[in-house]
Design a protein around this ligand. Structure first.
Ligand SMILES: [Zn+2]
Length: 203
């Protein structure tokens, strides 16, 4: 019987960090729908090895991820695997929003942002600089690529209760952010809450 070993409620526009071990499952739920969440991971005990968007794109040969795909580290080691996914719309091309995104692009200095939402709680788990936060996987984020190659971000199609489950293929430290973008579309203009469950192997 699966054993839940950690449970987090992440308020809209906020973040958290947690550790998970090889064989554990990480279940991420969009509680209210239309909420993009940034997700990063580093190897436990070695923050220089991070979950890598570019290595995963190289390995998968695709701009999109799907159930069964392996997500790779910056050292090309299998780090996570997508075990199940109820929505199938995710992004791993767009960087995390940070303080400069809001200050430079929107004239909104001091706005909450995904990079700080992930880095601040990850400090307690070993990170010492925002530069150690990898580029994110943006689950539920809707970044369609159109025929001429242009891309952008629009509101997610996720509904309340949609989820993705990741199997840990190594011990990891993770950061998660409910994206606080409320100026342009991306989260239905209202950041909303997430649920994270870490489940011991076998779920
Ligand atoms: Zn964001």
């Amino acid at each position: 019987m699966p054993v839940e070993i950690a449970h987090f409620h992440v308020a809209g526009g906020h973040g958290t960090a947690f550790a998970a071990r090889k064989g554990d499952r990480i279940r991420i739920l969009d509680l209210e729908g239309q909420q993009a969440l940034d997700f990063v991971a580093v190897a436990a005990g070695d923050v220089s090895e991070g979950l890598s968007t570019i290595e995963t794109r190289r390995a998968l040969g695709s701009l999109y991820i799907k159930t069964g795909d392996t997500l790779y580290s910056s050292r090309r080691r299998p780090m996570l695997r997508v075990e199940s996914d109820t929505i199938g719309v995710h992004d791993y091309s767009i960087p995390a929003c940070d303080s400069s995104r809001y200050e430079v692009d929107f004239g909104a200095p001091g706005h909450r942002n995904c990079l700080d939402n992930m880095f601040e709680p990850m400090r307690a788990l070993g990170l010492t600089s925002p530069l150690q936060v990898p580029e994110p996987f943006n689950f539920f984020q809707n970044s369609p690529v159109v025929e001429d190659g242009r891309t952008g971000v629009v509101d997610p199609p996720s509904r309340p209760g949609d989820y993705i489950v990741l199997e840990c293929l190594m011990d990891v430290v993770c950061g998660v952010s409910s994206c606080p973008q409320d100026i342009i579309p991306g989260n239905g203009l209202v950041p909303s809450s997430l649920q994270i469950d870490v489940i011991a192997g076998g779920a």
